[in-house]
Design a protein around this ligand. Structure first.
Ligand code: PHE
Length: 356
């Protein structure tokens, strides 16, 4: 037994990997291992011999088993140490910097406009940017021969030769969403529709794609006075200061009467300030929805009436955040975006006062 003990404890001490340890285990205490075979011989012994040999063999078996376990743990520790030595990580190194994106001023202003009108009970409606000419023109009382069609510098989609359908257009304004909403929900209605619109035009204050927000309120007794209140309320909240408005008689085929609305501003040293001075700046078109437009939307003009308006979102953004050139909005110049963009955790919000 002493020989066995010396032999196996020696082998275990020298073993360099788990496979070797397993071989030793089988040879010593496996089913046919040397120690196990010895234990089987116990049956042939006299009770006196067995009393001595039994506990001794058990002790030997236990000693070998725990030596195996200890060696196994030691090997695992050594392997881990070796791995840690090669794979170590310096957690004190500074992190790699990642540039964070910013919120585009158009997105920011759209959110602000939406928040202010939502606070006055307006829901948001949307429509497609590629429209049929019916929704974009006819339903809005702009028939085929009407000069407004030509004035809008419309982009028409291509039609294959022989395709006689009227062309689709890139919507020239958000007004078609008025019709779509009338069809969908009927009156009463209180919605705004922010979105992209398209006209073939390009200079410092015009880009072929720009943004509008349409407003539409229909009810049994909605009047021009309500329009004026809503717009003044809006501008005051948006610019964070009392803003005087000026309604000028105008003409749109889809409203009667129609008004263009200017806001009070001053020009000093080439920069415009809203809410002070005695200059005026045009920011939107509006009016009472034309009876023909209500009919096109399936609403009885004898029963319902209301106002509509269309504001240029880009213009609002330029005014509020002092951005001089409209074209730069859509150049995707990172320097511009970082300068005029908003940190996503530091956006002006309605509950935070809207002005930074
Ligand atoms: N759709 C008009 C435009 O794009 C604006 C407008 C909307 C005017 C609603 C009156 C009523 O110029």
């Amino acid at each position: 037994m002493d020989d066995l003990k010396v032999k196996y404890l020696g082998q275990i001490g020298e073993a360099g990997d788990e496979a070797t340890l397993e071989a030793i285990r089988l040879a010593a205490v496996g089913k046919k291992g040397e120690v196990s075979l010895k234990m089987r011989e116990l049956g042939k012994m006299t009770p006196e011999e067995r009393q001595v040999a039994g506990p001794a063999l058990n002790a030997l078996k236990n000693e070998i088993t725990s030596a195996l376990a200890a060696k196994k743990a030691a090997l695992a520790d050594a392997a881990l140490d070796a791995r840690l030595a090669t794979e170590w990580l310096d957690v004190t190194l500074p992190a790699r910097t990642r540039r964070v994106g910013s919120i585009h001023p158009i997105s920011q202003v759209t959110e602000e406009v939406t928040a202010i009108f939502a606070d006055m009970g307006f829901a948001v409606a949307e429509g497609p940017q590629i429209e049929t000419d019916w929704y974009n023109f006819d339903a809005l009382n702009i028939p085929g021969h009407h000069p407004a069609r030509a004035e809008m510098d419309t982009f028409y989609t291509h039609r294959a030769e022989g395709d006689a359908r009227p062309p689709h257009v890139l919507r020239t304004h958000t007004s078609p969403v008025q019709i779509r909403t009338m069809e969908k929900t009927g009156a009463p209605i209180r919605i705004i529709c922010p979105g992209r619109v398209y006209r073939a035009d390009y200079d410092q204050t015009h880009t072929p794609m720009f943004h509008q927000v349409e407003g539409l309120a229909l009810g049994k007794d909605i009047s021009m006075a309500n329009l004026k209140w809503v717009l003044e309320e809006f501008f005051t909240a948006f610019f964070g200061t009392e803003v005087k408005t000026r309604f000028r008689a105008s003409h749109f085929p889809f409203t009667e009467p129609s008004a263009e609305v200017d806001i009070q501003c001053s020009w000093e040293g080439g920069t415009v300030k809203v809410g002070e001075g005695d200059d005026w700046l045009e920011v939107l078109g509006s009016g009472m929805v034309h009876p023909k437009v209500l009919e096109a939307g399936g609403i009885d003009p004898q029963e319902y009436q209301g106002f509509a308006f269309g504001i240029g979102i880009d213009r609002l953004a330029m005014l509020k955040y002092g951005i001089p050139d409209l074209r730069a909005f859509f150049d995707s110049d990172l320097r511009w975006l970082r300068h005029y963009g908003f940190a996503s955790l530091d956006q002006p919000t309605l509950h935070g006062g809207l002005n930074r």
